[in-house]
Write a protein that binds this ligand. Structure first.
Ligand SMILES: NC(=O)c1ccc[n+]([C@@H]2O[C@H](COP(=O)([O-])OP(=O)(O)OC[C@H]3O[C@@H](n4cnc5c(N)ncnc54)[C@H](O)[C@@H]3O)[C@@H](O)[C@H]2O)c1
Length: 372
């Protein structure tokens, strides 16, 4: 029995692949659209390996409205979209901003236009804690609640807050226009999910983050240092007003994050709330040095790092107040930052070539035994 069919853009990417897995494990059908700019089709094999089901896959660009039209026409059962496809490197976004606006904002507009033509009316969107910018500019906004004013400090963050606005305006207009015409309108809904710092891998060790180029996030970079692919980690600034001088972030295990998408999707389809934003974070902040320590402890040796200047646009503290998602979505994190470190190390140490190698036989056997 299936509960519905969902289109997932960016579904072969890191968070998209884990969300596809969570949906398949919960009886949704999944149709993925990805142009493989930062991912590989092998993710589909790994999803199937773990849950025994394979998503339908289209290699297509989310800015290509005609391609999206064809896919929706082929799958009239799709009623919802989870939208991950985007460029996501903060530093790069200030070097090629037009490309970021074209893909992220332009892609979202093409998607919403195509959804509207095909009566696909629920959208769950990958937003980011980056939209808040420096929440320490206000009193009492750490941990950050959803009502904290938006104020992104970089181009990437501005694309995310702009898309939030585009989705809000469109969904609200659709509801208003349909209502005025005396037609059902509550089917139009949007979830703006503001993630904090996603990390970790599947506990089986066969599925994880495998970006096409150099990773930008702290934990994958530490993974590279641990395997010897990188000599040392750069710590950007030790003069922040934190307990050890390094910046504070809220690390959330990718399995928890994926489950958050499932809960948000179910909430949209059942409660029909219109557009709502939810923070997906643990509520626990860790400094860069604490993360280095936690990951070093899993690896079993101290990983080398070097202190360099702060990066422009970085902020002191991005820790979530996840109370709203806890209450409304009945969702809270179940795994810790330490679990994420252990799972990441299992993935990285067993698969130094990422998806360009077969997973080790011992992991496959363990997975098979667990399923039997
Ligand atoms: N990883 C994080 O730290 C983080 C934090 C907050 C928000 N997000 C957002 O979550 C989403 C997923 O992030 P991720 O970490 O899984 O990144 P990812 O790069 O692994 O996934 C993005 C996927 O989108 C695809 N893609 C890119 N441009 C496309 C296009 N034009 N058409 C079709 N597919 C395209 C890529 O090939 C990739 O598979 C992104 O929107 C990102 O901005 C990520």
């Amino acid at each position: 029995m299936t509960v519905g069919t969902v289109l997932i853009t960016g579904g072969t990417g890191y968070i998209g692949s884990f969300t596809s897995l969570a949906l398949l494990e919960n009886d949704y059908n999944v149709v993925i659209v990805d142009n493989l700019y930062n991912s590989s089709k092998v993710a589909l094999d790994r999803i199937e390996l773990i849950c025994g089901k394979r998503p339908v896959f289209y290699e297509a660009d989310v800015t290509d409205e005609k391609a999206l039209d064809d896919i929706f026409a082929e799958h009239p059962d799709i009623d919802s979209v989870i939208h991950f496809a985007a460029l996501k490197a903060v530093g790069e976004s200030s070097v090629i901003p037009l490309e970021y606006y074209r893909v992220n904002v332009g892609g979202s507009i093409a998607l919403l236009r195509s959804m509207s033509k095909h009566d696909v009316t629920n959208i769950v969107f990958s937003s980011s804690a980056t939209v808040y910018g420096d929440a320490t500019r206000f009193e009492n906004m750490i941990p950050i609640p959803e009502h904290c004013p938006i104020g992104p400090t970089n181009t990437y963050g501005r694309t995310k807050s702009m898309i939030e606005q585009v989705i809000t305006d469109h969904v609200e207009a659709q509801r208003r226009n349909l209502k005025k015409a005396d037609k059902p309108y509550e089917q139009w809904n949007g979830a703006l999910l503001r993630y904090f710092n996603p990390c970790g891998a599947h506990p089986s060790g066969v599925m994880g983050e495998d970006p096409q180029g150099v990773p930008y996030n702290l934990l994958p970079l530490l993974g590279k240092v641990a395997t010897g692919d990188m000599e040392k980690l750069k710590v950007f600034g030790t003069d922040y007003a934190s307990r050890d001088g390094t910046a504070i972030r809220d690390y959330i295990h990718v399995l928890d994050l994926a489950r958050g998408h499932l809960m948000a999707l179910n909430y949209l389809r059942e409660q029909k709330p219109g557009v709502k934003a939810w923070n997906l974070g643990s509520g626990r902040g860790s400094t860069v040095l604490e993360i280095i320590k936690a990951f070093s402890s899993v690896v079993g040796r101290d990983l080398p790092y070097e202190v360099v200047d702060r990066r422009p646009g970085d902020v002191l503290d991005l820790t979530a107040n996840p109370a709203l998602a806890n209450k409304e979505l009945q969702w809270k994190t179940e795994l810790s930052m330490e679990d994420a470190c252990a799972d990441l190390w299992r993935w990285v140490s067993n698969n130094p070539q990422g998806y360009r190698q077969a997973p080790p036989a011992k992991l496959l056997e363990a997975l098979k035994a667990e399923k039997a």
